[in-house]
Every structure is written in structure tokens, then in C-alpha cells.
Design a protein around this ligand. Structure first.
Ligand SMILES: NC(=O)c1ccc[n+]([C@@H]2O[C@H](COP(=O)([O-])OP(=O)(O)OC[C@H]3O[C@@H](n4cnc5c(N)ncnc54)[C@H](OP(=O)(O)O)[C@@H]3O)[C@@H](O)[C@H]2O)c1
Length: 114
């Protein structure tokens, strides 16, 4: 599969290593751009790309960033995508600030999808 991972921290970089080892074509992105991902690309075999390129992956997109950063993602590309999108995030008010929709009962992933 062609897989785009947005987020190259604990979750994103670990998944990149496992998924390339399984033979998938993996692209990985972070907030600082592909030039900052040299070590992770070398370690995992994933290709360092922009967030827009990772969001354009054909088959699977994994979002592994803090919830507070979700609003910065390329919404037009993600909403047009035919890929399955997996949200690995958890809402932590102490880290992410108050998100009224989630506090009001929307699940974390419903809010991300919205
Ligand atoms: N760690 C765990 O055990 C664990 C388990 C389950 C779920 N989670 C959840 O999974 C999510 C990620 O956790 P983590 O521990 O992997 O976080 P982390 O190590 O802090 O990494 C966060 C990553 O998100 C990237 N990022 C932030 N804003 C971005 C943006 N606008 N566009 C693209 N990339 C962006 C950061 O890029 P830069 O470095 O360039 O800023 C960084 O690579 C969180 O919601 C967390 O709660 C974590």
C-alpha cells in the first residue's frame, strides 16, 4: 500500500519503521518539512515528504500529531482523499487546550474528521 504518515514523533516514526518492514511504500511528514526528517527516513526506510504529499497518499493516511495541531493540516487534500484515514491522536486538554466540541460530547476522532 501507499501510506502517508503525518507526524514523525513517537507514534509516527515507530509505525513508519514497522510498515516499511512489511513492504509498504511509506511517506512521512512533520511540521518542519522533509529536510528535518533525514535521520528518521534513514532509520525507517520511509520517504520524507511535505504534509501535503503525505495527505495525498493513495491507500492509507495515519495522523499522529497532537490534537491542537489538527487545525493546521491541509483540509482540502484530506477531505478529497479516497484513502482510509486513521487518527492515532488523543485529546489532552492540558496539552491541546480546551476543544469545546469534544468537551461537549463529540469523540476525539469525530472532531478530527469534522
Ligand atoms: N506516545 C504514545 O504512547 C501515544 C500513544 C497513543 C496515542 N498517542 C497520541 O498520538 C499523537 C502523537 O503522539 P506522539 O507521542 O507521537 O507525539 P510527538 O512525539 O510529540 O510527535 C508529534 C509529531 O507531530 C508533528 N506535528 C505537529 N504539528 C504538525 C503539523 N501541523 N503538521 C505535521 N506534523 C505536525 C511533529 O512535528 P515536528 O517535530 O516537526 O513539530 C511531531 O513529529 C498524540 O495525539 C498522542 O496523544 C500517543
Amino acid at each position: 500500500m501507499e501510506i502517508g504518515i503525518i507526524g514523525s514523533g513517537n507514534i509516527g516514526s515507530t509505525l513508519a519503521g514497522y510498515l516499511t518492514a512489511l513492504g509498504h511504500q511509506v511517506m512521512i511528514a512533520n511540521s518542519r518539512g522533509p529536510k528535518s526528517l533525514g535521520d528518521i527516513a534513514a532509520k525507517t526506510g520511509a520517504t520524507a515528504v511535505t504534509t501535503e504529499a503525505a495527505a495525498g497518499a493513495e491507500d492509507l493516511i495515519i495522523i499522529a500529531i497532537p490534537n491542537k495541531a489538527i487545525v493546521n493540516l491541509p483540509k482540502e487534500i484530506l477531505s478529497a482523499s479516497k484513502a482510509t484515514i486513521v487518527d492515532a491522536g488523543n485529546y489532552y486538554p492540558s496539552r491541546d487546550g480546551q476543544i469545546d466540541d469534544i468537551q461537549g460530547g463529540l469523540t476525539d476522532s469525530e472532531w478530527v474528521a469534522k
